[in-house]
Design a protein around this ligand. Structure first.
Ligand SMILES: [Cu+2]
Length: 69
């Protein structure tokens, strides 16, 4: 398992979390997603290493900005 953590800007509520969760869940290999509007953290656990760029693109697709942290 591989865990990567991102800081996400722009989230304000549970709908934001849901939007990010649904986009990030489409990345191949992703097993679990923790995302919090309160802390701005996104923690992804995957069965194999995933590309930061894929996560950043997924979060962008949801309408937010992620930076690896
Ligand atoms: Cu929201």
């Amino acid at each position: 398992m591989s865990t990567t953590e991102f800081a996400v800007t722009g989230m304000s509520c549970g709908h934001c979390e849901t939007a990010i969760r649904s986009e990030v869940s489409l990345i191949d290999g992703v097993r679990s997603i923790e995302v919090s509007a309160a802390t701005g953290r996104l923690v992804i656990t995957a069965a194999k290493p995933i590309e930061d760029a894929d996560v950043i693109a997924a979060v962008d697709e949801a309408g937010y900005e992620a930076v690896r942290s």
